[in-house]
Design a protein around this ligand. Structure first.
Ligand code: BGC
Length: 746
């Protein structure tokens, strides 16, 4: 939306007595201005930086409570020491571990994203937290991305819809979100220094979309600028991102909180849109006071920043100290939400009649250490100390009951080196994670031979996919490829379940597996949900939120030679800071060390051809396409009726569940431009809906695309623009499974 549209929207909303979500933050401005008038400069500046590792200061004298923050996107993080992330050793801080980002996105359910947000918001309040450091909504640009599992999708429309509902859910519970990482935070390699170079159209249409909706429509109260630079400037001092777009165009009224260690200067941060330095006070502490004394900064600017912080402080009621932390953080109603999300996230990638598990299967061999691996902790900020976590093996054992014998063998040894802290001094070597263990494999094959069915658990783990580093490749680790082939030779009745957050290379596993399931890192009740799907209690209904390429080199940033950066050395600035020799440096030495690091760049020349947009446009066949996911039933799509109006496009059609059990289908509407002058990807997702149907039920489904969602960013006009003309509407069950088409004029 451009500025004029924003202003028009604000005026219209005010006229209808229905304030824009951001306007809710300004309700207390009169009171806030009175309070600011009573504050000393020192008190104001205390609010601009961390007080502890997870709080920033209020003013006790004036009854202003501190602001307490909590990671992260999938569960309220365990209480840490005031000065760092080490455990505080509490006993009531075990939280619900919700399915990770890509799993939530695989539900394609706005309703579940909202519920997920309410669960997070509720547990945050129980812990006395004001702000959740999440949702994490960056676009999954690289299959190897260390945070692919934290983020939602490669598609901006899907990411934006879920980011919006997550935000609303959290904030309706009286907790603020801190949506992250703003913006273009798509790689961990050199994340603390990389300059992402991206054109304005791509920025607007792809990378900013999830933030834009969560802020404008969801009223997100705080935003975390990312570690990286965008087009030359660090995100925490990026005039274009923070002042022009976020505050200027989107009307953001809340506060920005730098990523931990992601503030880089006093003047840059003060002038270009940062409110709170996390953590430390070397930039937004005493130097601010000194700069005011010399006239380089004004106290008015400090007042403005304090006002934005106080808006959040007063929009979220502080939890009294004697109320917080009196009960266990994880609550049954939130565990139930985690279960519902997990049930709808599991994606059936392939099924040659092996699933659901047949009634005559009496002996199951569960193979693979990922069947017993708990995935709640690890991954730095996104780790959760879960009250409990049902592993896949536990889920299967419980569901199988007394009639079915469940055998288990680890099959391979998971790579277990810690990625975090002083022990991790170098990049992760692929050699460390590809070890095939013949003895473990032999034991597994022996079990496979005597079983009626083999369920192989492959995939990655949180030492491989983690914040702080990207994967070197997407190969299945730990000798899993050799193992799955041996298992298949021993027993043709085999299901492979992938436990991972991002895509993996399935060139070997796919032909060896008559059935494949993407099982994700699926939270506290992950194993329960998985067993329900495998045994056919419920039909699988998740759809891929990203493309599985055949091989890594097929994916856009690789194919274009944009990643890995041919000139950039590896290493993450933030992680480097924990190296013993760096810890021992004086501040001046540390700065000199930072300055001496290479200045890496990431060129986004693939433009908007991210994920399936690339594969479709360049006619590259993926292993599994964006939006793909099978069921135990089939769905019939009736004729597509489409109508365009000044508001946008509306379609309707009849959807029938042709199977003998209740099932959900996620219907997807893509748009293709015909004879356009502007360059477009081959097709783009514009609307979707999860529809639940009883066995044999037919229902009319309606989908709407707002006119605004059909606009493109016109770089010459520097504004959103509409290209009139013909649109082809493509309705289907996946990006490569289009069932009905229609044409409209806009
Ligand atoms: C991560 C953030 C996280 C913060 C605090 C940073 O390393 O990038 O996502 O919220 O740490 O744990």
């Amino acid at each position: 939306m451009n500025r004029i549209l924003i202003i028009a929207a604000v005026l219209m909303a005010a006229a209808c007595n229905n304030p824009l979500p951001q306007e809710r933050l300004t309700r207390n401005d009169a009171r806030i201005n009175d309070i600011i008038a009573q504050m000393t400069l020192e008190e104001k500046v205390e609010m601009l930086h961390s007080k502890t590792n997870m709080s920033s200061a209020g003013v006790e004298r004036l009854g202003i409570a501190d602001i307490n923050y909590a990671d992260g996107p999938f569960g309220i993080r365990e209480e840490g020491q005031p000065n760092g992330f080490m455990s505080a050793g509490w006993t009531l801080d075990s939280a619900t571990f919700f399915p990770t980002g890509s799993a939530l996105a695989a539900t394609w359910s706005e309703e579940l994203a909202y519920k997920y947000g309410t669960g997070m918001g509720k547990e945050a309040r129980l812990r006395g937290k004001d702000v959740i450091l999440g949702p994490a909504v960056n676009i999954q640009r690289l299959p190897v991305g260390g945070r692919t599992y934290e983020y939602l999708s490669e598609d901006p429309i899907l990411s934006a819809a879920l980011a919006l509902e997550y935000t609303k859910g959290v904030q309706d519970e009286g907790t603020a979100v801190c949506i992250k990482h703003f913006a273009v935070n798509n790689q961990e390699t050199n994340r603390g220094s990389v300059n992402a170079i991206v054109n304005e159209r791509t920025l607007r249409e792809i990378y900013l979309k999830p933030f834009e909706r969560a802020i404008i429509e969801g009223g997100a109260m705080s935003v975390m600028p990312a570690y990286n630079k965008v087009n030359g400037d660090y995100c925490s001092e990026n005039e274009h991102l923070l002042n022009e777009i976020l505050r200027g165009e989107w009307g953001f009224k809340g506060m920005t909180v730098s990523d931990w260690g992601g503030t880089h200067s006093t003047m840059g941060a003060m002038l270009h849109g940062l409110n709170v330095q996390m953590t430390g006070s070397n930039y937004l502490g005493q130097p601010v006071i000194d700069s005011i004394a010399t006239g380089a900064l004004t106290e008015d600017l400090v007042d403005e920043k304090v006002r934005q912080i106080l808006r959040v402080r007063y929009a979220v009621e502080a939890v009294p100290a004697d109320v917080a932390n009196t009960v266990m953080t994880s609550q049954p109603e939130c565990q139930q939400i985690a279960l519902e999300v997990a049930r709808k996230s599991i994606v059936l990638l392939k099924n040659e009649g092996v699933l659901p598990i047949a009634k005559d299967v009496k002996k199951i061999a569960v193979i693979g250490q990922n069947a017993v691996l708990k995935v709640q902790s690890g991954g730095m900020g996104a780790g959760v100390k879960a009250l409990y976590e049902v592993t896949p093996l536990e889920g299967i054992q419980k569901r199988a009951g007394a009639d079915v014998e469940v055998l288990y063998a680890p099959g391979y040894k998971n790579y277990a080196r810690r990625m975090w802290g002083p022990q991790n001094l170098g990049p992760l070597e692929t050699a460390d994670i590809t070890e095939y263990d013949p003895a473990l494999a032999e034991e597994a094959v022996a079990l496979a031979r005597e079983a009626d069915l083999v369920i192989f658990f492959g995939g990655t783990n949180k030492n491989i996919e983690t914040e702080g580093s990207d994967r070197k490749d997407i190969k299945l680790p730990c000798g899993q490829e050799t193992l799955v082939q041996a298992l298949r030779e021993a027993n043709a009745n085999l299901v492979s379940v992938l436990i991972s957050g991002g895509p993996t290379d399935l060139q070997v596993l796919e032909p060896a597996s008559p059935a494949i399931v993407q099982g994700w890192w699926n939270g506290t009740e992950g194993g329960t949900a998985l067993a329900e799907v495998l045994f056919g209690d419920i039909a699988p209904s998740g759809k891929l939120p990203f493309t599985f390429p055949v091989k890594l080199e097929d994916s856009p940033a690789y194919a274009m030679g944009n990643f890995p950066d041919p000139n950039g050395a590896g290493g993450d600035l933030f992680t480097l800071m924990f190296r013993p020799d760096v810890l021992a440096m004086s501040p001046a030495e540390r700065q000199a060390f930072i300055d001496s690091l290479p200045k890496p760049e990431s060129h986004y020349t693939e433009g908007s051809l991210v994920g399936y947009r690339w594969f479709d446009t360049k006619l590259v066949k993926p292993m599994y396409a964006f939006g793909h996911g099978l069921s135990y039933v089939t769905f019939a799509y009736g004729d597509l009726k489409a109508k365009a109006s000044s508001k946008g496009v509306k379609v309707s059609f009849k959807l029938t569940n042709e199977g003998g059990m209740p099932a959900d289908e996620v219907v997807q509407l893509y748009v293709r431009r015909i004879q356009s002058k502007v360059e477009w990807p081959s097709k783009e997702l514009k609307a979707f809906k999860r529809v639940s149907l009883a066995a044999g039920e037919t229902r009319t489904v309606t989908l709407e695309v707002a006119l605004d969602d059909l606009r493109y960013w016109n770089e010459e006009a520097n504004a959103w623009d509409l290209e009139h003309g013909k649109l082809q509407l493509l309705l289907g069950a996946a990006s490569n499974d289009i069932r009905q088409t229609a044409e409209v004029n806009i």
